[in-house]
Ligand binder design. Structure first.
Ligand SMILES: NC(=O)c1ccc[n+]([C@@H]2O[C@H](COP(=O)([O-])OP(=O)(O)OC[C@H]3O[C@@H](n4cnc5c(N)ncnc54)[C@H](OP(=O)(O)O)[C@@H]3O)[C@@H](O)[C@H]2O)c1
Length: 280
């Protein structure tokens, strides 16, 4: 008999509306694992104690969300290569008594790109809208995957210039300040919205881009709603699309694999997440 469950968690503030726990618990149950995922409100001043508590209680790992993705770094024992480049951690896994910081946001995007959209990013020309945390994670993975060109388009130069400087050692990246609407050229293979434009409740907002000559795959990091106004506009032009819900599910799938060493039922995770979003 073993009545002890293995524990993982999400530390964030606010965290109550984060649906990751519902998705992970459904996957644990489907895999027959006695694991629990706790969604825990942790204020910035409590983060160090929360990580010490997780160590003391033998947690297998945890997710970090706003505002802890950068702040958690000093409390960890090691970072993966990607998390080091990105400078932020969204998933922590345990190796013996050590906590290793990982970043699965960009990896989740890449898995959706290769598995669902069937696009190998190597040699592709990419336009990335945004220079926040999600954009950094996606840009890092795309550069490591060998894209031919990565143009980052962002409103504030103050944010995009340091990001491009940091990532230059890893591949052909440059930025364009977002002044008026950005015209996507026919030779672009992949266009990604990694800004928060279109995120619920501002569902009528969308990036100011001209798609009239575009022939690319259009992806969105925004997952709520799953079909954003931006993706709907691309679909209306006959362009293929990849939604942010796919990225969210795959970053969770990768976290699950890192923690348990088991491949989860991806269908269960996606359906549970969609259900949770419809109900909320
Ligand atoms: N699907 C997933 O798994 C996943 C994972 C992580 C994040 N996300 C989503 O990705 C989006 C970005 O998240 P984040 O963490 O990167 O946010 P963030 O760090 O706050 O960055 C926000 C980005 O959006 C831009 N932006 C915001 N309002 C804008 C406007 N009115 N016009 C032009 N640009 C605007 C910002 O530009 P400035 O620099 O000019 O302010 C910045 O580049 C969110 O919707 C989040 O939910 C999805």
């Amino acid at each position: 008999m073993n009545f002890k469950a293995e524990l993982v968690a999400c530390f964030g503030q606010p965290v109550a509306e984060n649906p990751t726990g519902v998705m992970q618990e459904a996957a644990f149950a489907a895999a027959g694992l006695n694991w629990r995922y706790l969604t825990v409100e942790v204020p910035p001043a409590g983060l160090s104690d929360a990580v010490r508590g997780a160590r003391a209680m033998g947690f297998q790992g945890f997710n970090c969300t706003i505002p802890h993705k950068v702040a958690v770094v000093p409390f960890l024992d090691e970072l993966s290569k990607e998390a080091k480049i990105i400078g932020a951690v969204n998933t922590v896994r345990r190796e013996g008594s050590r906590f290793i910081g990982e970043n699965t946001d960009g990896k989740g995007f890449l898995r959706g790109l290769t598995q669902d959209a069937q696009m190998d990013p190597a040699g592709k020309r990419v336009v990335l809208l945004g220079a926040g945390g999600a954009a950094r994670a996606i840009a890092t993975e795309l550069l490591l995957a060998g894209v031919a060109e990565l143009i980052v388009v962002n409103r504030s130069v103050d944010r995009v210039a340091p990001m491009v400087d940091d990532l230059k050692p890893y591949g052909p990246i440059r930025y364009v300040p977002w002044r008026v609407h950005y015209e996507v050229r026919p030779e672009t293979d992949l266009l990604i919205n990694a800004t928060s434009l279109g995120l619920y409740p501002n569902v009528d907002w969308m990036p100011d881009v001209d798609l009239s000559r575009a022939q690319c795959l259009v992806a969105d990091a925004v997952f709520n709603p799953p079909v954003t106004k931006f993706l709907a506009a691309a679909q209306a032009r006959g362009l293929k699309t990849l939604d942010g819900l796919t990225m969210l599910v795959y970053q969770g799938v990768i976290g699950f694999e890192m923690w348990t060493g088991v491949k989860p039922d991806e269908g269960v995770m996606k359906r549970t997440l969609l259900d949770a979003m419809v109900k909320s």
